[in-house]
Design a protein around this ligand. Sequence first.
Ligand code: FES
Length: 208
Amino acid sequence: MKSGKSWLKARISNLKFEKPESERERLDRIKAEVLAADAEAPSGKTSRRSFLSKLGIGATLLAIAGQVYAHLRSLKPNVLYEEPRRFKVGAPDQFGEGGKFLEDKRLFVFRQGKTFYAISASCTHLGCTVKMQKLNQPKRVKARGREFDEQYEFHCPCHGSKYYGDGTNYAGPAPRPLDYFKLEVAPDDGQLVVDMSQSVGQDFRLTV
Ligand code: FES
């Protein structure tokens, strides 16, 4: 018969002291379980690992495509749809004597008998649209070294600039006369054509 001491020793040596699982060990165990589950996944079915892998590749490709698109887009200039600067304004007989204001073009087209000319309605100060003022009676004025009787003037409502009937500035902050634009006759249908890309002198006249 064993003594009490030796019996106690034997019991202690048989006891298993399990160490608590560390965080690192826990992660390793989970990883091993996932890999084992993937390995056991039936063929033909997408495993979790390959699914995540495909998802990662897809996201990378998407990011690259975005970068390429942004680069290509930066090479292409933004399109500006500007109004054409050369356009038809109608047949000569559609214009009566005196001035006609073409609001959408901010332009005056004048007729004196068989001659025509076009004056910009854009104030040379800051670009407001000037108004044509019909005078109650002709006014004798001197501009550009010559005297003439004028029937109308141009006044700017923004800061008070004033222009004689020939477009010469004489009051307010406007720094220079109103622009004159080239006028010609369209060869196909005889309409008047204004070319706002070409400024001409104040003496320009188109005879039809
Ligand atoms: S914009 Fe015409 S006077 Fe200033």
